[in-house]
Design a protein around this ligand. Structure first.
Ligand SMILES: Nc1ncnc2c1ncn2[C@@H]1O[C@H](COP(=O)(O)OP(=O)(O)OP(=O)(O)O)[C@@H](O)[C@H]1O
Length: 335
């Protein structure tokens, strides 16, 4: 049924990934656009635009059109999507003649936004466009047996949202979506350092701290890191030394919200499927699953084995691309 190029797009809050059949991931860039406010034109997208954050002249504003799992700026989201599609058609040598496209959208997007994304991709020349739910895409990408009559549980911890789903027979049996993810951990780190040290640090620094010395709520040997920012009292640059236990404390609430979504989903799982989850465990995907200690902490909390997917950052995109074949089987992957 899909005779032309088959493309899967993970339209994430933090990153956008494009997957092409037989080629794999052909684009993986931050979901950022840089806009010239004097002309309202997009001047850069992706990596180039992200590098501009906090460093541009006043008229060039880098924005994240997707925020907290929803499309915050629709016009910019479609412009960004078009720019990326153009880029892959030029660079990756993927023919964009009437591609069949599956897009995984943030769970919080409304029917109007979904329709508009559908239109934006169709305007680009797509022959057909399907939208897919994030947990299903993540589960397919993580090689879980989604079409089997056995329950697979997936937790995708992204930048703006965390999605929990139990899937069986190609359909979602139970799910939860919370608007917390890795980006909120960064925000909490910024606030913590501001409150305790009177120093303001940028988003990129906060993300770096999280990746280097951030831990889920597990015991670990203390680590330290020097952080550069602006002293809020003197206005001058300042370096402070931060400990990993401080970072752990600052992101505790975000972690607990994710855990709460998992326990709620387990509670709403039909009893005959709960046994499968105890046997198979839970698979975690998304950038947030890479936080140190995440696997250990979650399995301790829910008393079920937790596995890290093979390509946690790419699972949704891979699953989105692969789902083209299964699209008719997937109950919820409808236009
Ligand atoms: N090694 C790591 N340790 C901790 N966090 C990480 C690591 N690598 C990436 N992240 C975080 O993962 C998040 C991005 O994850 P991902 O790319 O899966 O999100 P997304 O799909 O764009 O977002 P969403 O699913 O909310 O739309 C960011 O907050 C990033 O800082």
């Amino acid at each position: 049924m899909f005779s032309n190029t088959e493309i899967g797009i993970d339209l994430g809050t933090a990153n956008i990934l494009i997957y092409a059949k037989n080629k794999g991931i052909i684009l993986n860039e931050p979901s950022v656009v840089a806009v010239d406010t004097t002309t309202n034109q997009v001047v850069a997208v992706g990596n180039e635009a992200k590098e501009m954050i906090g460093k541009t002249p006043r008229n060039i504003v880098p924005i994240r059109p997707l925020k907290d799992g929803v499309i915050a700026d629709f016009d910019m989201t479609t412009q960004m999507l078009k720019a990326f599609l153009k880029k892959v058609s030029k660079k990756a040598g993927v023919s964009m003649r009437k591609p069949s496209v599956v897009v995984c959208t943030p769970s919080g997007s409304t029917a109007v936004e979904r329709r508009a994304i559908d239109n934006a991709v169709k305007n680009f020349g797509a022959k057909e466009v399907h939208l897919i739910e994030e947990p299903v895409a993540a589960a397919i990408g993580a090689d879980l047996p989604v079409a089997e009559p056995t329950a697979s549980m997936i937790v995708d911890i992204g930048g703006g949202t965390s999605e929990v789903g139990i899937i069986s027979f190609g359909g979602v049996v139970a799910s939860r979506s919370v608007r917390v993810g890795g980006d909120h951990m960064d925000e909490e780190i910024i606030q913590y350092i501001k409150r305790h040290y009177n120093v303001l640090i940028g988003e990129s620094s906060a993300e770096k701290i999280k990746m280097e010395i951030g831990y889920a709520l597990v015991e670990h040997s203390e680590e330290e890191m020097d952080v550069r920012g602006r002293d809020l009292v003197t206005g001058l640059p300042k370096v402070v030394s931060i400990r990993s236990t401080e970072i752990q404390r600052s992101i505790k609430e975000v972690l607990e919200s994710i855990l709460h979504a998992i326990t709620e989903t387990l509670e709403s799982c039909p009893p005959e499927l709960s046994g499968d989850i105890v046997d198979q465990g839970i698979t975690i995907t998304g950038g947030g699953s890479l936080l140190k200690g995440m696997q250990e902490w979650l399995s301790n909390e829910v008393n079920v084995p937790v596995h890290l997917a093979q390509n946690p950052l790419e699972s949704v995109a891979i699953g989105t691309g692969r789902s083209l074949k299964m699209i008719q089987k997937l109950q919820k992957a409808v236009k």
